[in-house]
Design a protein. Structure first.
Length: 581
């Protein structure tokens, strides 16, 4: 065997190893590294057995070690460059990451070109990340963080009174639910309209998916800022047209004042957003932040959290208010009214928690519980000998939309051994008219199944004569707005008279709800009404009290007899006067 050369040939000096690297692909470098490692293993084995000072084995081990070391050096250069590119990619992809480091320059050739391309891509992605995090992709407006940074600079002087307004495009989520692309186009048009309606000096940004902030730096007073926002509201409320879609935007506006409502940008923006929630009571109105409103929202949030577990904890209950046929002198049924027995607050008024159920989307769960509990109670009444009482249950708008309503209702009746005639469903005018065609189909199915349906609070909503004709209702309930002081108000008396005649002509029953005095009762009787509900007869009560009330016929006989009810009214008023003293 030829002796190993002590130095490489002059034609291939070792001082320029990069010439070989320029002709090496990444794949070739990997193969070379593997080959070197394969050669290194037998060399290690020779060393392990013990090598002589000179001879062929020593030469073989030297060749193996030399080739392996060269391969590993090349692989190290390659891996180091790829590692730097990987570091750059991770930096620019990480949220809020630092700017990508400079690309490596010590590698060249095909593999080096790959690394340089990756580095250039990483730097471009880093620039794109910077733009996207500072501009909204739909509207192109500055986003929350840079806007807050600008605010911080303007809030350096606490003696200045500055107003932060927030404008919310309240239709965005509803529109995005069925057409996301149209929602984005409408959002962009809304933002452009807002930008054009404001002076160029106003600082504007998009601080949430559907909300925009406007910074009134030089507004002389909060009233001036409110006036400007009010004028903007008029412009924003004009019709938007997107192809076949015509939209009248619902713009909600809130505002907070620096430094009274907040001394930091985040705090002030939070207060302005809270004011927008209060502006839901009047679209196009500007609501300024109020600590009282904030406390109310905190209370509402706490109630909503407790309502989420009210059903599972058994805190909901039903009270029952009698439905009276005074002509027949008997109770014909009861309306089941939802109540909440809070563990620390006691009995929460329905006006406080039912709107929260509706707005939080939990009315379906509560409605199903009411239907089940009411049917269970109706079955118990029948076991107590009260066979001909009808249970009236209110339906929410979301329940009416549920295609499973009829199936759930019929299975609940069957499970409790009740005939469909034992149940009456009550819908408000607003619920009935939200989707008139769907309501008509639903009511026809219910009527065919034997369940009666009453239109509740008639006169407080649409009061459309056409749907009374086309929708198969079995009862009309006159809203208490027209019942109150009907004996003194000529307009209410005329409306009640017309409704009673209308119901008679359509062959449906009519019930006056909210009757509280004998004078109201007498006036309604004179108009031809015979079905009543209200505090004059009984307040909503627990089941045991309701059963006792139904079985006691004396109170109803007193109300049915003019002489006896006048004496009862005189006694009630005398007792009330004595208790007042």
């Amino acid at each position: 065997m030829r002796k190993l050369q002590s130095r490489p040939p002059k034609s291939r000096p070792l001082s320029r190893p990069k010439l070989a690297f320029t002709r090496m692909t990444v794949f070739q470098a990997a193969l070379l590294a593997c080959a070197g490692m394969a050669a290194l293993l037998p060399a290690c084995a020779l060393i392990d057995r013990g090598l002589p000072a000179e001879g062929p084995a020593t030469a073989e081990a030297g060749i193996a070690f030399g080739g392996s070391l060269i391969c590993l050096l090349i692989l190290g250069v390659l891996v180091r460059g790829l590692g730097q590119a990987s570091q750059m990619m991770r930096a620019c992809l990480s949220e809020g990451g630092a700017a990508a480091p400079a690309k490596p320059v010590q590698v060249v050739g095909e593999a080096g070109g790959l690394i340089n391309d990756a580095a250039e891509l990483a730097q471009r992605m880093d620039a794109m990340r910077h733009r996207l995090t500072h501009r909204h992709p739909v509207t192109g407006l500055p986003t929350r963080e840079p806007f807050l940074a600008d605010l911080a600079g303007d809030m350096g002087d606490p003696t200045r009174t500055i107003v932060l307004g927030v404008v919310r495009f309240a239709d965005y989520d509803r529109l995005a639910a069925f057409d996301p692309a149209a929602a984005d186009r409408a959002l962009a048009a809304f933002a452009e309209r807002l930008r054009k309606a404001l002076p160029a000096s106003r600082t504007m940004a998009q601080v949430d998916r559907d909300s925009f902030a406007v910074w009134f730096v030089e507004a002389p007073t909060s009233a001036a800022a409110a006036g400007e926002l009010q004028a903007v509201a008029y412009v924003l409320g004009q019709e938007l047209v997107d192809g076949g879609l015509k939209l009248l935007p619902d713009a909600r506006m809130g505002a907070a004042v620096f430094p009274a409502d907040g001394r930091t940008p985040v705090e002030l923006l939070t207060r302005a957003v809270a004011a927008v929630a209060d502006a839901r009571h009047g679209a196009g109105k500007v609501a300024f932040f109020s600590p009282d409103n904030s406390a109310a929202e905190r209370e509402r949030f706490a109630l909503e959290q407790d309502l989420r577990v009210a059903v599972s904890r058994g805190e909901l209950l039903l009270h029952y208010q009698p439905l009276v046929d005074l002509g027949a002198g008997r109770v014909i049924g009861a309306e089941a009214l939802l109540r909440w027995q809070h563990p620390t607050l006691g009995l929460v008024p329905p006006g406080r928690f039912i709107p929260i159920l509706e707005q939080s989307g939990r009315m379906d769960e509560a409605g199903l519980w009411v239907l089940t509990a009411a049917c269970r109670e109706a079955r118990f009444w029948r076991e107590q000998g009260l066979h001909d009482l009808k249970m009236a249950v209110n339906l929410s708008t979301t329940q009416c939309r549920d295609p499973r309503l009829r199936t759930v209702m019929m299975s609940t009746l069957e499970r409790h051994g009740l005939p469909p005639s034992a149940l009456e469903l009550e819908l408000t005018e607003t619920t009935a008219m939200e989707d008139a065609e769907h309501t008509r189909e639903l009511l026809e199915d219910l009527r065919a199944a034997g369940v009666s349906v009453a239109i509740d609070d008639f006169g407080a909503g649409y009061s459309s004569m056409s749907y009374l004709k086309n929708l198969p209702f079995s009862k009309l309930k006159i809203d208490r707005e027209f019942v109150t002081d009907v004996h003194q108000r000529k307009d209410s008396r005329a409306i009640c008279s017309a409704l009673i005649e209308l119901a008679r002509g359509l062959d449906i029953a009519v019930l006056a709800e909210g009757v509280e005095t004998l004078e109201e009762l007498q006036a309604l009787q004179a108009l031809g009404c015979r079905l009543f509900q209200g505090y004059l007869f009984a307040r909503p009560m627990e089941s045991s009290a309701f059963i006792a009330k139904v079985k006691d016929t004396q109170w109803l006989a007193e109300l049915a007899s003019p002489a006896r009810r006048q004496m009862a009214e005189l006694t009630r008023r005398t007792a009330g006067g004595l208790s007042a003293h």
